[in-house]
Design a protein around this ligand. Structure first.
Ligand SMILES: NC(=O)C1=CN([C@@H]2O[C@H](COP(=O)(O)OP(=O)(O)OC[C@H]3O[C@@H](n4cnc5c(N)ncnc54)[C@H](O)[C@@H]3O)[C@@H](O)[C@H]2O)[C@@H](O)CC1
Ligand SMILES: Nc1ncnc2c1ncn2[C@@H]1O[C@H](COP(=O)(O)OP(=O)(O)O)[C@@H](O)[C@H]1O
Ligand SMILES: [K+]
Length: 518
Protein backbone atom coordinates (compact mmCIF):
# COMPACT_ATOMS: atom_id res chain seq x y z
CA UNK A 1 0.00 0.00 0.00
CA UNK A 2 1.36 3.43 -0.90
CA UNK A 3 2.41 5.80 1.85
CA UNK A 4 1.80 9.45 0.95
CA UNK A 5 3.09 12.86 1.89
CA UNK A 6 0.71 15.78 2.31
CA UNK A 7 1.50 17.15 -1.13
CA UNK A 8 1.03 13.73 -2.76
CA UNK A 9 -2.37 13.46 -1.06
CA UNK A 10 -3.34 16.95 -2.28
CA UNK A 11 -2.23 16.07 -5.79
CA UNK A 12 -4.43 12.96 -5.74
CA UNK A 13 -7.43 14.96 -4.56
CA UNK A 14 -6.84 17.53 -7.30
CA UNK A 15 -6.61 14.79 -9.94
CA UNK A 16 -9.74 13.11 -8.58
CA UNK A 17 -11.62 16.35 -9.15
CA UNK A 18 -10.16 17.34 -12.52
CA UNK A 19 -10.19 13.86 -14.13
CA UNK A 20 -13.22 12.21 -12.49
CA UNK A 21 -15.34 15.06 -11.13
CA UNK A 22 -14.85 13.76 -7.59
CA UNK A 23 -15.13 17.04 -5.74
CA UNK A 24 -14.03 17.58 -2.18
CA UNK A 25 -17.62 17.28 -0.78
CA UNK A 26 -18.04 13.93 -2.55
CA UNK A 27 -14.75 12.63 -1.15
CA UNK A 28 -15.72 13.88 2.26
CA UNK A 29 -19.02 11.96 2.13
CA UNK A 30 -17.08 8.82 1.25
CA UNK A 31 -14.49 9.50 3.95
CA UNK A 32 -17.07 9.99 6.69
CA UNK A 33 -19.06 6.91 5.67
CA UNK A 34 -15.96 4.77 5.50
CA UNK A 35 -14.76 6.04 8.89
CA UNK A 36 -18.16 5.15 10.39
CA UNK A 37 -18.01 1.64 8.86
CA UNK A 38 -14.48 1.03 10.14
CA UNK A 39 -15.41 2.36 13.56
CA UNK A 40 -18.25 -0.16 13.72
CA UNK A 41 -16.08 -3.00 12.41
CA UNK A 42 -13.44 -2.32 15.05
CA UNK A 43 -16.02 -2.32 17.84
CA UNK A 44 -17.63 -5.58 16.91
CA UNK A 45 -18.11 -8.06 18.49
CA UNK A 46 -17.29 -6.34 21.81
CA UNK A 47 -19.87 -3.55 21.72
CA UNK A 48 -23.03 -2.74 19.89
CA UNK A 49 -23.44 0.74 18.48
CA UNK A 50 -26.81 1.26 20.12
CA UNK A 51 -26.51 3.51 23.13
CA UNK A 52 -22.76 3.99 22.75
CA UNK A 53 -21.77 7.53 23.78
CA UNK A 54 -19.47 9.22 21.31
CA UNK A 55 -18.20 12.80 21.51
CA UNK A 56 -16.91 14.37 18.29
CA UNK A 57 -14.38 17.21 18.46
CA UNK A 58 -14.93 19.14 15.25
CA UNK A 59 -12.23 21.36 13.73
CA UNK A 60 -12.56 24.26 11.28
CA UNK A 61 -11.59 22.50 8.03
CA UNK A 62 -12.34 19.36 6.03
CA UNK A 63 -11.13 17.09 8.81
CA UNK A 64 -13.97 18.45 10.91
CA UNK A 65 -16.22 17.91 7.88
CA UNK A 66 -15.26 14.22 7.81
CA UNK A 67 -16.13 14.03 11.50
CA UNK A 68 -19.58 15.50 10.88
CA UNK A 69 -20.39 13.00 8.12
CA UNK A 70 -19.18 10.13 10.30
CA UNK A 71 -21.31 11.40 13.20
CA UNK A 72 -24.39 11.47 11.00
CA UNK A 73 -23.92 7.83 9.98
CA UNK A 74 -23.32 6.68 13.52
CA UNK A 75 -26.35 8.58 14.76
CA UNK A 76 -28.50 6.65 12.28
CA UNK A 77 -27.04 3.45 13.68
CA UNK A 78 -28.19 4.34 17.19
CA UNK A 79 -25.09 5.96 18.66
CA UNK A 80 -25.66 8.80 21.14
CA UNK A 81 -23.73 11.61 19.51
CA UNK A 82 -22.48 14.85 20.95
CA UNK A 83 -20.53 17.40 18.94
CA UNK A 84 -18.13 20.06 20.12
CA UNK A 85 -17.30 22.72 17.53
CA UNK A 86 -13.92 24.01 18.61
CA UNK A 87 -13.96 27.29 16.65
CA UNK A 88 -17.45 28.36 17.74
CA UNK A 89 -17.06 26.90 21.24
CA UNK A 90 -20.43 25.30 20.72
CA UNK A 91 -21.65 22.00 22.12
CA UNK A 92 -24.54 20.05 20.60
CA UNK A 93 -25.98 17.24 22.70
CA UNK A 94 -29.03 15.31 21.49
CA UNK A 95 -29.72 18.09 19.00
CA UNK A 96 -29.62 20.80 21.71
CA UNK A 97 -27.07 23.59 21.26
CA UNK A 98 -25.15 25.07 24.16
CA UNK A 99 -22.81 28.04 24.02
CA UNK A 100 -21.58 30.61 26.51
CA UNK A 101 -19.92 30.75 29.90
CA UNK A 102 -20.97 27.30 31.14
CA UNK A 103 -19.64 25.52 28.10
CA UNK A 104 -16.44 24.38 29.79
CA UNK A 105 -18.25 22.46 32.52
CA UNK A 106 -20.77 21.02 30.04
CA UNK A 107 -17.92 19.84 27.85
CA UNK A 108 -16.14 18.20 30.78
CA UNK A 109 -19.33 16.32 31.59
CA UNK A 110 -19.57 15.06 28.00
CA UNK A 111 -15.96 13.90 28.06
CA UNK A 112 -16.56 12.23 31.40
CA UNK A 113 -19.61 10.37 30.04
CA UNK A 114 -18.16 9.42 26.67
CA UNK A 115 -17.18 5.89 25.63
CA UNK A 116 -15.32 7.32 22.64
CA UNK A 117 -13.91 10.69 21.70
CA UNK A 118 -13.40 11.30 17.99
CA UNK A 119 -10.54 13.64 17.17
CA UNK A 120 -11.63 15.45 14.02
CA UNK A 121 -9.94 18.76 14.84
CA UNK A 122 -7.06 18.91 12.35
CA UNK A 123 -5.89 16.69 9.53
CA UNK A 124 -3.37 17.24 6.78
CA UNK A 125 -4.19 20.96 6.69
CA UNK A 126 -2.44 21.65 10.01
CA UNK A 127 -0.28 24.66 9.20
CA UNK A 128 0.92 26.12 12.48
CA UNK A 129 1.23 25.32 16.17
CA UNK A 130 -2.07 24.59 17.88
CA UNK A 131 -3.72 27.46 19.69
CA UNK A 132 -3.83 27.15 23.47
CA UNK A 133 -7.57 26.55 23.62
CA UNK A 134 -7.24 23.53 21.31
CA UNK A 135 -4.43 22.15 23.45
CA UNK A 136 -6.57 22.70 26.55
CA UNK A 137 -9.44 20.82 24.93
CA UNK A 138 -7.27 17.80 24.13
CA UNK A 139 -5.69 17.98 27.59
CA UNK A 140 -9.16 17.49 29.11
CA UNK A 141 -9.53 14.29 27.10
CA UNK A 142 -6.05 13.12 28.03
CA UNK A 143 -6.65 13.70 31.74
CA UNK A 144 -9.95 11.83 31.62
CA UNK A 145 -8.37 8.87 29.83
CA UNK A 146 -5.61 8.72 32.41
CA UNK A 147 -8.33 8.22 34.99
CA UNK A 148 -10.23 5.51 33.15
CA UNK A 149 -8.86 3.27 30.45
CA UNK A 150 -12.29 2.52 28.99
CA UNK A 151 -12.23 5.91 27.24
CA UNK A 152 -10.97 5.46 23.69
CA UNK A 153 -9.77 8.15 21.32
CA UNK A 154 -10.19 7.65 17.59
CA UNK A 155 -8.33 10.07 15.31
CA UNK A 156 -9.77 10.82 11.90
CA UNK A 157 -7.10 10.83 9.20
CA UNK A 158 -4.41 11.53 11.82
CA UNK A 159 -4.03 12.62 15.43
CA UNK A 160 -4.51 16.39 15.39
CA UNK A 161 -1.29 18.37 15.43
CA UNK A 162 0.84 15.53 14.05
CA UNK A 163 2.98 16.59 11.11
CA UNK A 164 1.93 14.06 8.49
CA UNK A 165 5.24 14.43 6.62
CA UNK A 166 7.75 14.16 9.44
CA UNK A 167 6.10 12.54 12.45
CA UNK A 168 6.69 15.57 14.65
CA UNK A 169 3.84 16.33 17.03
CA UNK A 170 2.40 19.42 18.64
CA UNK A 171 2.75 19.59 22.44
CA UNK A 172 -1.06 19.53 22.50
CA UNK A 173 -1.45 16.36 20.40
CA UNK A 174 -2.76 13.29 22.17
CA UNK A 175 -2.14 9.68 21.23
CA UNK A 176 -5.07 7.93 19.59
CA UNK A 177 -6.14 4.40 20.48
CA UNK A 178 -7.06 4.01 16.83
CA UNK A 179 -6.35 6.16 13.80
CA UNK A 180 -8.68 5.83 10.85
CA UNK A 181 -6.62 7.34 8.10
CA UNK A 182 -8.16 8.26 4.77
CA UNK A 183 -7.10 6.82 1.41
CA UNK A 184 -3.46 6.10 2.34
CA UNK A 185 -1.28 6.07 5.46
CA UNK A 186 0.76 9.25 5.80
CA UNK A 187 4.57 9.22 5.92
CA UNK A 188 4.76 10.78 9.39
CA UNK A 189 3.03 7.75 10.95
CA UNK A 190 6.16 5.66 10.50
CA UNK A 191 8.58 7.86 12.39
CA UNK A 192 8.91 8.88 15.99
CA UNK A 193 7.42 10.54 17.89
CA UNK A 194 4.44 10.29 15.49
CA UNK A 195 4.47 6.48 15.47
CA UNK A 196 3.59 6.47 19.16
CA UNK A 197 0.47 8.57 18.56
CA UNK A 198 -1.29 6.41 15.96
CA UNK A 199 -2.47 3.40 17.99
CA UNK A 200 -4.15 0.76 15.79
CA UNK A 201 -4.17 1.81 12.17
CA UNK A 202 -7.18 1.42 9.89
CA UNK A 203 -7.32 2.77 6.34
CA UNK A 204 -10.60 4.21 5.04
CA UNK A 205 -11.64 4.17 1.42
CA UNK A 206 -12.55 7.61 0.04
CA UNK A 207 -13.53 6.25 -3.36
CA UNK A 208 -10.50 7.23 -5.43
CA UNK A 209 -10.55 5.34 -8.74
CA UNK A 210 -8.09 2.44 -8.95
CA UNK A 211 -6.12 3.94 -11.80
CA UNK A 212 -5.45 7.08 -9.80
CA UNK A 213 -2.28 6.05 -7.99
CA UNK A 214 0.07 8.22 -5.95
CA UNK A 215 3.44 9.01 -7.49
CA UNK A 216 5.12 7.94 -4.25
CA UNK A 217 7.75 5.17 -4.37
CA UNK A 218 7.21 4.48 -0.68
CA UNK A 219 5.03 1.61 0.47
CA UNK A 220 3.73 0.23 3.72
CA UNK A 221 4.19 -3.55 3.87
CA UNK A 222 0.83 -5.25 4.34
CA UNK A 223 -0.21 -8.82 5.01
CA UNK A 224 -2.23 -8.87 1.80
CA UNK A 225 0.85 -7.87 -0.16
CA UNK A 226 3.00 -10.53 1.53
CA UNK A 227 0.34 -13.14 0.90
CA UNK A 228 0.71 -12.53 -2.83
CA UNK A 229 4.51 -12.71 -2.63
CA UNK A 230 4.73 -16.06 -0.84
CA UNK A 231 5.99 -19.02 -2.87
CA UNK A 232 3.52 -21.61 -4.12
CA UNK A 233 3.47 -24.95 -2.31
CA UNK A 234 2.40 -27.37 -5.05
CA UNK A 235 1.22 -30.89 -4.17
CA UNK A 236 3.63 -32.37 -6.62
CA UNK A 237 6.78 -31.33 -4.81
CA UNK A 238 9.68 -32.57 -2.73
CA UNK A 239 12.34 -30.89 -0.60
CA UNK A 240 14.34 -30.07 -3.72
CA UNK A 241 11.45 -27.94 -4.95
CA UNK A 242 11.92 -25.51 -2.07
CA UNK A 243 15.63 -24.95 -2.24
CA UNK A 244 18.70 -25.38 -0.10
CA UNK A 245 20.20 -22.79 2.24
CA UNK A 246 23.79 -22.73 3.42
CA UNK A 247 24.66 -20.78 6.56
CA UNK A 248 28.10 -19.50 7.41
CA UNK A 249 27.17 -18.43 10.92
CA UNK A 250 28.06 -19.09 14.54
CA UNK A 251 31.42 -19.41 16.25
CA UNK A 252 32.53 -20.23 19.74
CA UNK A 253 31.26 -17.25 21.71
CA UNK A 254 28.02 -17.05 19.66
CA UNK A 255 26.94 -20.57 18.67
CA UNK A 256 23.18 -19.95 19.05
CA UNK A 257 22.91 -17.65 16.05
CA UNK A 258 23.40 -20.48 13.53
CA UNK A 259 20.67 -22.49 15.22
CA UNK A 260 18.26 -19.53 15.27
CA UNK A 261 18.91 -18.50 11.69
CA UNK A 262 18.90 -22.05 10.33
CA UNK A 263 15.67 -22.99 12.10
CA UNK A 264 14.04 -19.81 10.80
CA UNK A 265 15.03 -20.62 7.22
CA UNK A 266 13.35 -24.01 7.62
CA UNK A 267 10.29 -22.48 9.31
CA UNK A 268 9.54 -20.28 6.29
CA UNK A 269 9.65 -23.34 4.09
CA UNK A 270 13.19 -23.88 2.75
CA UNK A 271 13.63 -27.51 1.68
CA UNK A 272 17.00 -28.12 3.34
CA UNK A 273 19.24 -26.21 5.73
CA UNK A 274 22.98 -26.77 5.96
CA UNK A 275 25.18 -25.28 8.65
CA UNK A 276 28.82 -24.78 7.71
CA UNK A 277 30.57 -25.44 11.04
CA UNK A 278 33.85 -26.71 12.40
CA UNK A 279 34.16 -30.19 13.78
CA UNK A 280 34.64 -28.77 17.26
CA UNK A 281 31.25 -27.06 17.07
CA UNK A 282 29.43 -29.95 15.47
CA UNK A 283 28.27 -31.75 18.67
CA UNK A 284 26.53 -28.60 19.88
CA UNK A 285 24.53 -28.16 16.66
CA UNK A 286 23.90 -31.85 16.08
CA UNK A 287 22.25 -32.13 19.48
CA UNK A 288 20.16 -28.94 19.24
CA UNK A 289 19.15 -28.86 15.57
CA UNK A 290 18.11 -32.31 14.38
CA UNK A 291 16.81 -31.26 10.99
CA UNK A 292 20.02 -29.56 9.84
CA UNK A 293 22.69 -31.08 7.64
CA UNK A 294 26.30 -30.00 8.05
CA UNK A 295 29.21 -28.90 5.93
CA UNK A 296 32.31 -29.50 8.03
CA UNK A 297 34.91 -26.73 7.79
CA UNK A 298 38.52 -26.65 9.05
CA UNK A 299 38.95 -25.13 12.51
CA UNK A 300 39.13 -21.35 12.83
CA UNK A 301 42.92 -21.28 13.13
CA UNK A 302 43.34 -23.03 9.75
CA UNK A 303 44.40 -21.07 6.64
CA UNK A 304 41.60 -18.82 5.44
CA UNK A 305 42.08 -20.24 1.94
CA UNK A 306 41.31 -23.76 3.22
CA UNK A 307 38.34 -22.58 5.26
CA UNK A 308 36.85 -20.69 2.32
CA UNK A 309 37.48 -23.50 -0.13
CA UNK A 310 35.84 -26.11 2.07
CA UNK A 311 32.70 -24.00 1.95
CA UNK A 312 32.92 -23.14 -1.74
CA UNK A 313 33.24 -26.83 -2.64
CA UNK A 314 29.92 -27.54 -0.93
CA UNK A 315 28.02 -24.56 -2.31
CA UNK A 316 27.00 -25.99 -5.69
CA UNK A 317 23.24 -26.52 -5.82
CA UNK A 318 22.49 -24.09 -2.97
CA UNK A 319 20.07 -21.30 -3.76
CA UNK A 320 20.80 -19.10 -0.76
CA UNK A 321 23.74 -18.32 1.46
CA UNK A 322 23.57 -16.45 4.76
CA UNK A 323 26.83 -15.03 6.05
CA UNK A 324 27.41 -13.34 9.34
CA UNK A 325 25.39 -13.98 12.48
CA UNK A 326 27.76 -14.93 15.27
CA UNK A 327 30.70 -15.33 12.94
CA UNK A 328 33.27 -13.23 14.82
CA UNK A 329 35.57 -10.56 13.45
CA UNK A 330 39.05 -12.05 13.22
CA UNK A 331 41.26 -11.09 10.25
CA UNK A 332 41.18 -14.74 9.19
CA UNK A 333 37.38 -14.82 9.13
CA UNK A 334 37.33 -11.56 7.13
CA UNK A 335 39.61 -13.22 4.56
CA UNK A 336 37.24 -16.18 4.36
CA UNK A 337 34.32 -13.85 3.67
CA UNK A 338 36.26 -12.00 0.96
CA UNK A 339 37.15 -15.25 -0.80
CA UNK A 340 33.56 -16.47 -0.66
CA UNK A 341 32.37 -13.15 -2.12
CA UNK A 342 34.91 -13.41 -4.90
CA UNK A 343 33.66 -16.89 -5.72
CA UNK A 344 30.03 -15.72 -5.78
CA UNK A 345 30.88 -12.83 -8.12
CA UNK A 346 32.53 -15.25 -10.50
CA UNK A 347 29.41 -17.42 -10.87
CA UNK A 348 26.86 -17.00 -13.65
CA UNK A 349 23.57 -15.52 -12.44
CA UNK A 350 21.67 -18.82 -12.55
CA UNK A 351 24.21 -20.74 -10.50
CA UNK A 352 24.83 -18.10 -7.88
CA UNK A 353 23.25 -18.62 -4.46
CA UNK A 354 21.51 -15.42 -3.41
CA UNK A 355 23.38 -13.80 -0.55
CA UNK A 356 22.24 -12.33 2.78
CA UNK A 357 24.83 -10.58 4.93
CA UNK A 358 24.04 -9.75 8.54
CA UNK A 359 25.75 -8.91 11.82
CA UNK A 360 29.48 -9.84 11.84
CA UNK A 361 29.35 -10.30 8.08
CA UNK A 362 28.63 -6.56 7.92
CA UNK A 363 31.06 -5.66 10.68
CA UNK A 364 33.84 -7.44 8.82
CA UNK A 365 32.98 -5.67 5.57
CA UNK A 366 32.64 -2.20 7.09
CA UNK A 367 36.34 -2.20 7.92
CA UNK A 368 37.14 -2.24 4.18
CA UNK A 369 37.27 0.62 1.66
CA UNK A 370 34.37 0.60 -0.81
CA UNK A 371 33.23 -2.74 0.58
CA UNK A 372 30.06 -2.67 -1.51
CA UNK A 373 32.01 -3.17 -4.72
CA UNK A 374 32.80 -6.68 -3.44
CA UNK A 375 29.18 -7.83 -3.32
CA UNK A 376 27.54 -10.02 -5.94
CA UNK A 377 24.31 -8.80 -7.55
CA UNK A 378 21.00 -9.06 -5.62
CA UNK A 379 22.63 -9.12 -2.17
CA UNK A 380 20.46 -8.38 0.86
CA UNK A 381 22.11 -6.67 3.83
CA UNK A 382 20.37 -6.31 7.19
CA UNK A 383 22.11 -3.74 9.42
CA UNK A 384 20.70 -2.43 12.70
CA UNK A 385 21.38 1.29 13.23
CA UNK A 386 24.81 0.65 14.77
CA UNK A 387 25.92 -1.54 11.87
CA UNK A 388 24.44 0.94 9.41
CA UNK A 389 26.57 3.67 10.98
CA UNK A 390 29.71 1.56 10.56
CA UNK A 391 28.87 0.72 6.95
CA UNK A 392 28.29 4.42 6.22
CA UNK A 393 31.74 5.50 7.37
CA UNK A 394 30.72 6.48 10.85
CA UNK A 395 27.50 8.43 10.19
CA UNK A 396 25.45 8.37 13.37
CA UNK A 397 22.20 6.54 12.65
CA UNK A 398 19.53 6.98 15.27
CA UNK A 399 16.65 4.64 16.01
CA UNK A 400 13.35 5.89 14.70
CA UNK A 401 13.47 9.32 13.11
CA UNK A 402 12.77 10.32 9.53
CA UNK A 403 16.41 10.94 8.57
CA UNK A 404 16.74 7.15 8.29
CA UNK A 405 14.46 7.18 5.27
CA UNK A 406 16.64 9.24 2.95
CA UNK A 407 19.77 7.55 4.27
CA UNK A 408 18.32 4.13 3.39
CA UNK A 409 17.23 5.29 -0.05
CA UNK A 410 20.55 6.95 -0.87
CA UNK A 411 22.72 4.11 0.41
CA UNK A 412 20.76 1.32 -1.26
CA UNK A 413 21.30 3.15 -4.56
CA UNK A 414 24.96 3.92 -3.94
CA UNK A 415 25.73 0.39 -2.69
CA UNK A 416 23.39 -1.32 -5.21
CA UNK A 417 21.99 -3.57 -2.49
CA UNK A 418 18.66 -4.54 -1.04
CA UNK A 419 18.97 -2.81 2.29
CA UNK A 420 17.00 -3.77 5.40
CA UNK A 421 17.58 -1.02 7.95
CA UNK A 422 16.27 -2.66 11.10
CA UNK A 423 14.55 -1.18 14.12
CA UNK A 424 11.05 -0.24 15.07
CA UNK A 425 9.41 0.40 11.66
CA UNK A 426 12.18 -1.32 9.71
CA UNK A 427 12.90 0.38 6.36
CA UNK A 428 13.68 -1.61 3.21
CA UNK A 429 15.25 0.10 0.21
CA UNK A 430 16.26 -1.38 -3.11
CA UNK A 431 18.83 -0.18 -5.68
CA UNK A 432 16.08 1.48 -7.77
CA UNK A 433 15.05 3.77 -4.92
CA UNK A 434 11.93 1.89 -3.92
CA UNK A 435 11.09 1.95 -0.21
CA UNK A 436 8.98 -0.40 1.87
CA UNK A 437 8.35 0.34 5.54
CA UNK A 438 7.16 -2.16 8.11
CA UNK A 439 4.49 -0.81 10.40
CA UNK A 440 4.07 -3.91 12.54
CA UNK A 441 5.78 -5.45 15.54
CA UNK A 442 6.38 -4.62 19.14
CA UNK A 443 9.24 -3.85 21.52
CA UNK A 444 9.41 -7.43 22.82
CA UNK A 445 11.53 -7.97 19.69
CA UNK A 446 14.27 -5.78 21.13
CA UNK A 447 16.22 -8.74 22.49
CA UNK A 448 19.35 -10.58 21.37
CA UNK A 449 18.95 -13.12 18.62
CA UNK A 450 15.82 -11.81 16.92
CA UNK A 451 18.00 -10.37 14.15
CA UNK A 452 19.40 -13.86 13.49
CA UNK A 453 15.84 -15.10 13.10
CA UNK A 454 15.11 -12.38 10.55
CA UNK A 455 18.25 -13.07 8.52
CA UNK A 456 17.41 -16.78 8.51
CA UNK A 457 13.89 -16.11 7.29
CA UNK A 458 15.15 -13.99 4.41
CA UNK A 459 17.56 -16.72 3.35
CA UNK A 460 14.77 -19.31 3.59
CA UNK A 461 12.65 -17.31 1.16
CA UNK A 462 15.59 -16.79 -1.18
CA UNK A 463 16.07 -20.56 -1.25
CA UNK A 464 12.52 -20.80 -2.56
CA UNK A 465 13.37 -18.55 -5.47
CA UNK A 466 11.81 -15.30 -4.30
CA UNK A 467 13.43 -12.14 -5.68
CA UNK A 468 15.70 -10.53 -3.08
CA UNK A 469 13.64 -7.45 -2.27
CA UNK A 470 10.44 -9.50 -1.96
CA UNK A 471 12.13 -12.15 0.18
CA UNK A 472 13.29 -9.42 2.55
CA UNK A 473 9.84 -7.79 2.51
CA UNK A 474 8.02 -11.00 3.39
CA UNK A 475 10.51 -11.91 6.10
CA UNK A 476 10.45 -8.50 7.78
CA UNK A 477 6.66 -8.52 7.92
CA UNK A 478 6.31 -12.12 9.11
CA UNK A 479 9.07 -11.70 11.70
CA UNK A 480 7.08 -8.95 13.39
CA UNK A 481 3.83 -10.87 12.92
CA UNK A 482 5.46 -13.80 14.74
CA UNK A 483 6.41 -11.49 17.61
CA UNK A 484 2.81 -10.30 17.85
CA UNK A 485 1.61 -13.92 17.96
CA UNK A 486 4.14 -14.83 20.66
CA UNK A 487 2.93 -11.93 22.77
CA UNK A 488 -0.67 -12.96 22.28
CA UNK A 489 -0.27 -16.69 22.91
CA UNK A 490 2.36 -16.49 25.64
CA UNK A 491 0.65 -13.57 27.31
CA UNK A 492 3.68 -11.36 27.02
CA UNK A 493 2.86 -7.72 27.55
CA UNK A 494 6.06 -6.03 26.42
CA UNK A 495 9.18 -7.92 27.50
CA UNK A 496 10.37 -11.45 28.07
CA UNK A 497 10.25 -12.82 24.52
CA UNK A 498 13.15 -15.10 23.59
CA UNK A 499 14.28 -15.13 19.99
CA UNK A 500 13.66 -18.90 19.92
CA UNK A 501 10.02 -18.33 20.95
CA UNK A 502 9.46 -16.87 17.50
CA UNK A 503 10.34 -20.12 15.72
CA UNK A 504 7.20 -22.23 16.26
CA UNK A 505 4.97 -19.26 15.42
CA UNK A 506 6.52 -18.48 12.06
CA UNK A 507 4.46 -21.04 10.09
CA UNK A 508 1.21 -19.62 11.50
CA UNK A 509 2.16 -16.15 10.25
CA UNK A 510 2.35 -17.50 6.69
CA UNK A 511 -1.22 -18.78 6.94
CA UNK A 512 -2.51 -15.63 8.60
CA UNK A 513 -1.51 -13.42 5.69
CA UNK A 514 -4.55 -14.72 3.84
CA UNK A 515 -6.85 -13.12 6.40
CA UNK A 516 -5.10 -9.80 7.01
CA UNK A 517 -7.26 -6.71 7.25
CA UNK A 518 -4.53 -4.70 5.53
N1 LIG B 1 -9.70 17.79 0.34
C1 LIG B 1 -10.28 16.64 0.10
O1 LIG B 1 -10.65 16.38 -1.01
C2 LIG B 1 -10.44 15.66 1.19
C3 LIG B 1 -10.05 15.98 2.49
N2 LIG B 1 -10.25 15.13 3.50
C4 LIG B 1 -10.05 15.55 4.90
O2 LIG B 1 -9.63 16.87 4.96
C5 LIG B 1 -8.46 17.01 5.72
C6 LIG B 1 -7.68 18.13 5.18
O3 LIG B 1 -8.57 19.21 5.15
P1 LIG B 1 -8.16 20.72 5.22
O4 LIG B 1 -7.16 20.98 4.19
O5 LIG B 1 -9.40 21.53 5.27
O6 LIG B 1 -7.37 20.81 6.59
P2 LIG B 1 -7.73 20.51 8.09
O7 LIG B 1 -9.14 20.17 8.31
O8 LIG B 1 -6.69 19.61 8.55
O9 LIG B 1 -7.42 21.90 8.78
C7 LIG B 1 -7.43 23.10 8.09
C8 LIG B 1 -8.16 24.15 8.89
O10 LIG B 1 -7.56 24.26 10.16
C9 LIG B 1 -6.95 25.53 10.32
N3 LIG B 1 -5.70 25.26 10.98
C10 LIG B 1 -4.55 24.83 10.42
N4 LIG B 1 -3.63 24.64 11.37
C11 LIG B 1 -4.23 24.95 12.52
C12 LIG B 1 -3.79 24.95 13.85
N5 LIG B 1 -2.57 24.59 14.19
N6 LIG B 1 -4.64 25.32 14.80
C13 LIG B 1 -5.87 25.67 14.49
N7 LIG B 1 -6.35 25.69 13.27
C14 LIG B 1 -5.53 25.34 12.29
C15 LIG B 1 -6.85 26.11 8.95
O11 LIG B 1 -6.90 27.50 9.01
C16 LIG B 1 -8.07 25.52 8.27
O12 LIG B 1 -9.23 26.21 8.63
C17 LIG B 1 -7.81 15.66 5.65
O13 LIG B 1 -6.97 15.42 6.75
C18 LIG B 1 -9.00 14.75 5.64
O14 LIG B 1 -9.48 14.54 6.97
C19 LIG B 1 -11.11 13.98 3.33
O15 LIG B 1 -12.39 14.43 3.54
C20 LIG B 1 -11.00 13.39 1.97
C21 LIG B 1 -11.07 14.37 0.87
N1 LIG C 1 11.23 -1.75 19.38
C1 LIG C 1 11.15 -2.61 18.35
N2 LIG C 1 10.01 -2.75 17.66
C2 LIG C 1 9.93 -3.60 16.63
N3 LIG C 1 10.95 -4.35 16.20
C3 LIG C 1 12.11 -4.26 16.84
C4 LIG C 1 12.28 -3.37 17.93
N4 LIG C 1 13.56 -3.48 18.36
C5 LIG C 1 14.16 -4.39 17.58
N5 LIG C 1 13.30 -4.86 16.66
C6 LIG C 1 13.61 -5.86 15.63
O1 LIG C 1 14.33 -6.93 16.22
C7 LIG C 1 15.43 -7.33 15.41
C8 LIG C 1 16.74 -7.10 16.17
O2 LIG C 1 17.83 -7.40 15.36
P1 LIG C 1 19.33 -7.12 15.80
O3 LIG C 1 19.45 -5.75 16.39
O4 LIG C 1 20.20 -7.48 14.67
O5 LIG C 1 19.53 -8.14 17.00
P2 LIG C 1 20.48 -9.41 17.16
O6 LIG C 1 21.70 -9.15 16.34
O7 LIG C 1 20.78 -9.47 18.62
O8 LIG C 1 19.71 -10.58 16.71
C9 LIG C 1 15.31 -6.50 14.13
O9 LIG C 1 14.58 -7.21 13.17
C10 LIG C 1 14.55 -5.27 14.59
O10 LIG C 1 13.83 -4.66 13.53
K1 LIG D 1 -7.74 14.51 13.30
Amino acid sequence: MHIVTISEMRELEAQAESRYGLTSPILMQNAGKSAADLFEAHLLPTYSLKGLKVLFLIGPGNNGGDGLVMAEHLEHAGVLISLYYWKDKKLVVAGEQQQGPDIHEALKTQIHNADYVIDALLGTGRSRPMPEDMRDLLALVKTEREQRDDLNVVAIDLPSGLNADTGEVDPGSIAANTTITLAYPKLGFFFFPGRDYIGDLAVGDIGLPDDLQPSSKTEMITGQQVHKLLPERPLNSNKGTFGKVMLLCGSLPYPGSAFLAGSSAARVGAGLVTLAVTEKMLPFYASSFHEATFAILPEEDAESFDRANALIEKLAGYKALLVGPGLGQSANTREVILQVLEHLRSLPDKERPRLVIDADGLNNLSALERWWTLLPKDTVITPHPGEMGRLSAGIKVSGGNIERLELARTKAREWQVNLVLKGSCTILANPEGKIRINWWGNPALATAGTGDVLAGMISGFLAQGMPSFDAATAAVYLHTAAADLVNEYMNIERAGLLASDLLPYIPMTLVNTEFSEL
